[in-house]
Design a protein around this ligand. Structure first.
Ligand SMILES: [Zn+2]
Ligand SMILES: [Zn+2]
Length: 160
């Protein structure tokens, strides 16, 4: 975390802002946060990119499609390292296993189907509620807010 902060500050000293570009390729994104570029990390990053909100099992399968010899443990370790470095965001809706996404910089929200667990992105909230500015931050430096909209997806609504 400390490293990332100093990295980010360092990146803003030039004329060009070098924030992490989601479009940059996986190896480049790893280098920018100071992580060693390894095949499992590249495979996992690409897997999350193509399977947003996927769980670990799905990501293991996707990473293996790219790097067949990658172990479960290597995928777990990569997911943790990438999440720690904030290249990935981990979300865990109630009653669900952890899921990962590479859309990290916009603090977007999620809508989750109570019936089948489908997850979709919801951009910044509009309207009166929920208000996302803490009424009292208790002195915390607030970095992120997690909001989950719960409901029933169109497929499940149609089926019931
Ligand atoms: Zn559903
Ligand atoms: Zn998302």
């Amino acid at each position: 975390m400390v490293f990332l902060d100093s990295f980010r500050k360092g990146c803003h000293t030039g004329a060009v802002t070098m924030d992490i570009d989601p479009a940059a390729d996986a190896a480049e994104r790893l280098r920018r946060v100071g992580l060693r570029v390894t095949r499992p990390r590249v495979a996992v990053l690409n897997a999350v990119q193509t399977h947003p909100h996927a769980d670990t099992d799905t990501l293991i399968a996707a990473a293996r499609a790219e790097v067949p010899e990658v172990s479960h443990q290597a995928v777990y370790d990569s997911l943790n390292a990438l999440t720690e470095a904030r290249l990935l965001r981990r979300i865990q809706p109630r009653g669900s296993v952890a899921r990962y996404e590479s859309r990290i910089d916009d603090n977007h929200h999620h809508v989750v189907c109570r019936s089948c667990g489908a997850i979709a992105d919801v951009d910044c909230a509009v309207g009166e509620a929920p208000c996302l500015t803490a009424s009292d931050d208790h002195g915390f430096v607030i970095e992120t807010v997690e909001v989950i909209y719960w409901g029933v997806c169109p497929d499940c609504a149609r089926a019931s």
